[in-house]
Design a protein around this ligand. Structure first.
Ligand SMILES: C[S@@+](CC[C@H](N)C(=O)[O-])C[C@H]1O[C@@H](n2cnc3c(N)ncnc32)[C@H](O)[C@@H]1O
Length: 279
């Protein structure tokens, strides 16, 4: 079931429905005209970055609410940065991860081990858990890991084998290599700019190569997939593909744009890139 919908986009904005709440938020790539100008009146709240960060109509919204996004129930809440606790452009990837892990688990007749790095509120972790994988969820933000745990509970996955780790990704990976822990399927969504648990600066252009080298060392002997996504300008599908190609040989390598998609006449909105390797 899916309660997310991109209703329209244009004039640098997007109109989206998250369950019973409709929001109008900035979207720099939507340089075209809106297809349905009348629809925008439906918005319950409006976010702008024009003169500092500002929500209008936020006081009319509940503090938090729940929407099912491609089979995963997510707690949503408006943050001061205009985020909600979900990036809906990743939802088709969640379906792919769930399906791929379900099939692989059946073929191997044992659970696969899935590692989610920069894992945020856990949509992909929970889709992997639904696919039967044992999961490890890593994010430097204690608050985000807590949010992801609440999402696990909402999906009846509180007792599922998921390790919840608050740590800097590169430090965590270095420790996992020493501990001899290995993973069959790995997803990483590095931010353009981030901070580790101890305030370590993560700048994608300097840190990603090291992250990928470490990721290679925690891949199991029988890997299923490696999925790399990015929201950083300039990190096109080919850039991500080149990075993985240098890391892993053989296997199948695909890449593309992540899209926000909607119903009817809504244009798909490019919202990031992905590349994935499969054994
Ligand atoms: C762009 S979000 C990831 C979005 C998420 N993968 C999704 O699709 O829902 C980036 C996340 O990386 C985390 N982060 C940033 N720098 C980090 C670091 N050095 N180590 C671990 N996590 C980090 C942030 O706390 C944030 O939750």
């Amino acid at each position: 079931m899916n309660e997310y919908e991109l209703l329209d986009s244009g004039h640098g904005r997007k109109l989206e429905r998250f369950g019973k709440i409709t929001l109008d938020r900035p979207c720099a790539q939507a340089v075209w005209n809106p297809s349905q100008p009348d629809r925008w009146k439906q918005a319950d709240a409006f976010f702008t970055r024009k003169q500092g960060l500002e929500w209008r109509g936020r006081d009319q919204l509940p503090n938090s609410w729940i929407a099912q996004v491609n089979g995963v129930r997510m707690k949503l809440s408006t943050t001061d940065f205009g985020h909600l606790g979900v990036f809906p452009e990743t939802r088709e990837m969640w379906d792919w991860i769930r399906q791929t892990l379900t099939t692989a688990t059946r073929q191997r007749s044992e659970p696969l081990h899935f590692l989610n790095l920069f894992a945020y509120s856990g949509g992909a972790t929970l889709a992997a858990a639904q696919g039967g994988a044992h999961c490890c969820h890593v994010d430097a933000s204690k608050g985000m890991v807590q949010w992801a745990r609440e999402n696990a509970e909402l999906n009846g996955l509180k007792e599922h084998p998921i390790r919840w780790i608050v740590d800097d990704v590169n430090k965590f990976l270095t420790r996992e290599i020493k501990r001899g822990r290995r993973y069959d399927a790995i997803l990483l969504d590095p931010p353009s700019f981030g901070r580790g648990k101890g305030g370590e600066l993560y700048k994608i252009e300097h840190a990603l190569l090291e992250t990928l080298q470490l990721v290679k060392k925690v891949l199991s002997q029988q890997p299923c997939f490696l999925y790399l996504t990015s929201h950083t300008p300039g990190f096109t599908p080919i850039v991500l593909k080149n990075l993985i190609q240098q890391l892993l040989d053989q296997g199948q390598l695909d890449s593309g744009e992540m899209l926000l998609t909607g119903a009817g006449s809504a244009f798909p909105v490019p919202s990031g890139t992905w590349a994935r390797w499969q054994a």
